[in-house]
Design a binder for this molecule. Structure first.
Ligand SMILES: NC(=O)c1ccc[n+]([C@@H]2O[C@H](COP(=O)([O-])OP(=O)(O)OC[C@H]3O[C@@H](n4cnc5c(N)ncnc54)[C@H](OP(=O)(O)O)[C@@H]3O)[C@@H](O)[C@H]2O)c1
Length: 300
């Protein structure tokens, strides 16, 4: 049985990944949280991984606060680039496959349509640059690597680094009767961490390596994403679409960072579901709406 170490195991993605890997009964899972390993310290990474001896290391550890990265570029590079390097070098030493989780924010968003694995990255903020540096260091340092770019994650624990996820923020504001004004000129591919975890397990079983985009199907604006969630719950809150110029943020965001994959369908037993179906599944999991018969998923 393959032993898999999951770094950042208490994070939004790491948490679902550990659960899905454990329930697959195919892998032995070693969850490694921040307390167990400091990815910015080579000694810590090396000591823990050498002792654990995994055949696969999945690195979900990251500094994900996109705006804070602008003020703290050293920390962004330390965790997202140097941390990735330490993990990749140790994978080389212990002959493990290095699976590195990356982001749609490596792109500048100017393409005007979904990015595939063939497109050239060109980050426009510190977070994206630090994640791209991490990708490049993994490619150069680990003999066997799989880089999986994901996007706009939502999952039951919420992002630890961000203190929640977008859907929860919108629901809380709607319930509190706060005005909802949401950006409608920025497109992305919302992705449910449970689906990403399910797909990643299948990808690992296919022995894939290289670069891969993994999201739920389709793309939308943040306004459309918010409206879908509120409509499904039946919260009749008014929600106003705005332009991003009316919602200035410290870090620039790509206008359209939606992702597609040229490779994914060949690696999975069936396609990931649409982002709308994934939002519905998330709302069921969180008990916001009753369980319904959900359309075919990657589980079928
Ligand atoms: N969130 C998104 O929308 C999004 C979109 C695209 C791609 N991604 C990528 O997906 C991956 C997972 O993101 P997520 O949403 O699951 O983030 P998250 O919930 O913030 O999880 C990140 C994990 O990394 C750990 N960590 C942070 N600094 C560390 C360090 N120096 N050493 C060891 N562990 C450390 C955190 O532990 P502590 O909290 O205990 O420090 C946490 O468990 C990341 O690679 C991210 O770049 C995320």
């Amino acid at each position: 049985m393959n032993r898999i170490a999951v770094l950042g195991s208490t994070g939004q993605l790491g948490n679902d990944l550990v659960e899905v890997l454990q329930s697959s009964n195919v892998f032995e899972v070693l969850p490694l949280n921040h307390a167990a390993m400091e990815c910015t310290k080579h000694d810590s990474v090396r000591t823990v991984l050498k002792k654990a001896g995994p055949q696969v290391v999945i690195n979900c550890a990251a500094f994900v606060r996109v705006d804070e990265c602008e003020d703290r570029p050293e920390k962004a590079l330390e965790v997202n680039a140097l941390g990735a390097l330490h993990v990749a070098r140790t994978c080389a030493e212990i002959d493990a496959l290095c699976v590195h989780i990356s982001t749609d924010y490596v792109f500048d968003g100017s393409k005007g349509s979904a990015y595939t694995e063939s497109d050239t990255p060109c980050p426009i903020n510190v977070y994206g640059a630090s994640k791209l540096a991490g990708e490049q260091l993994v490619r150069r340092s680990a003999p066997r690597w799989l880089i999986v770019r994901m996007a706009s994650l939502f999952g039951k624990t919420g992002a630890r680094g961000k203190g929640g996820n977008f859907i929860e923020t919108i629901i809380a504001k709607a319930r509190a009767g706060e005005p909802l004004r949401v950006v409608n000129d920025v497109r992305m591919s919302p992705t449910y961490t449970y689906d990403a975890a399910q797909a990643l397990v299948q990808i690992l079983q296919s022995n894939a390596t290289g670069l891969l985009h993994l999201t739920n199907q389709g793309a939308c604006t943040w306004y459309e994403f918010a409206r879908e969630a509120l409509e499904l719950i039946g919260l009749g809150a008014a929600i106003e679409p705005i332009d991003s110029i009316e919602y200035p943020t410290k870090a620039r965001r790509p206008r359209n960072s939606s992702l597609e994959s040229e490779r994914l369908n060949g690696l999975l037993k069936c396609r990931t579901r649409s982002w709308r179906e994934a939002v519905k599944a998330y709302l069921v999991e969180k008990a916001y709406i009753p369980s319904v018969t959900l359309p075919a998923t990657i589980l079928s």
